[in-house]
Design a protein. Structure first.
Length: 271
DNA sequence: CGCCAGGCCTGCACGC
DNA sequence: TGCGTGCAGGCCTGGC
């Protein structure tokens, strides 16, 4: 279930293997992801060179001279590098073969992910055009968050998970960032002071950075690994801890539902 | 067996 | 009218 740190780690793992390489072939075993994988992708990519790989929100972008391959891991997707001819296992829907024998393989049991092709300005792509700032870039500041949440009655947790507000903050890290900031997830976003916005901005970056750092240490297993990527086994303060004592104060961690998703918080530490 | 997990798009209802 | 906002539904399968 990739959140931004997993996507970033995937990017860092893939980029050295793919950048500068020429595509030999594309294999689509099952095109039925969130949107169909374009059937003409093999013809589009064969012989073309990967110029650059980068990330916007949770979209992985593989740039060619004539367009961009957009990859999204959805909820259960993972990408890994293989060499030689590895037989495909169930749920391994898509391969990008390079002329040097390297193979990038997409596995996505739940098929919420996506493989798309876009020609022209990638920033104009419908899926990318209306995204908010990257949480780890300098545009995401306390002042920005403060301004963007004024008069908003929605719960702060829902808003920091909203890609128009800031991208890449999934359920786990939203819960953890709010705990670290001492902010109750149900609090109406518009009621946050500027100071608390600044703090939340800071803790959001902290939890994401810490997770990326953890992910980096598992990168050595990237090639020819068994492919089990999953979450980095990080110690969470509140996520998944309903009924357990808060690690900070001992109060029982509560679980509620917001926007059909589980929220966890400490009623004592978070106000 | 049924339910839940999760990202994120789409569509609906509402109010200014 | 049109937009921003706030909800809810839907897509999937593995694991409990």
């Amino acid at each position: 279930m990739p959140e931004l740190p997993e996507v970033e780690t995937t990017l860092r793992g893939l980029a050295p293997h793919l950048t500068g390489q020429q595509v030999g072939d594309v294999i689509i075993r099952n095109p039925r992801l969130r949107w169909p994988i374009p059937a003409d992708l093999p013809e589009l990519l064969r012989g073309h060179t990967i110029r650059r790989m980068w990330r916007r929100a949770k979209y992985l972008l593989v740039e060619f001279d004539h367009g961009t391959l957009i990859l999204h891991l959805g909820m259960s997707g993972s990408l890994r590098i293989l060499t030689g001819s590895a037989p495909a296992l169930p749920h391994e829907h898509f391969d990008l073969l390079l002329q040097n024998g390297t193979l990038m393989r997409l596995r996505d049991p739940r098929r919420f992910g996506a493989v798309l092709w876009h020609e022209g300005d990638i920033a104009a792509h419908p899926q990318l055009a209306s995204l908010g700032p990257e949480p780890l870039e300098k545009e995401f500041t306390g002042d920005y968050l403060y301004a963007a949440t004024r008069k908003r009655k929605a719960a702060i947790k829902l808003l920091i998970m909203d890609n128009h507000m800031v991208v890449g903050v999934g359920n786990i890290y939203a819960n953890e960032a709010l705990f670290r900031a001492g902010i109750k997830p149900q609090l109406a976003a518009g009621k946050l002071s500027r100071e608390r916005c600044t703090l939340l901005c800071k803790t959001t970056r902290e939890v994401l950075r810490a997770a990326i750092k953890k992910g980096g240490s598992s990168l050595r297993d990237y090639v020819d690994s068994d492919g089990k990527q999953g979450y980095f086994q990080q110690e969470y303060f509140v996520y998944g801890k309903a009924g357990e004592p808060c690690r900070r104060c001992g109060t029982t961690v509560k679980q509620i539902r917001q926007g059909q998703r589980a929220s966890f918080y400490c009623p004592h530490c978070q106000r």
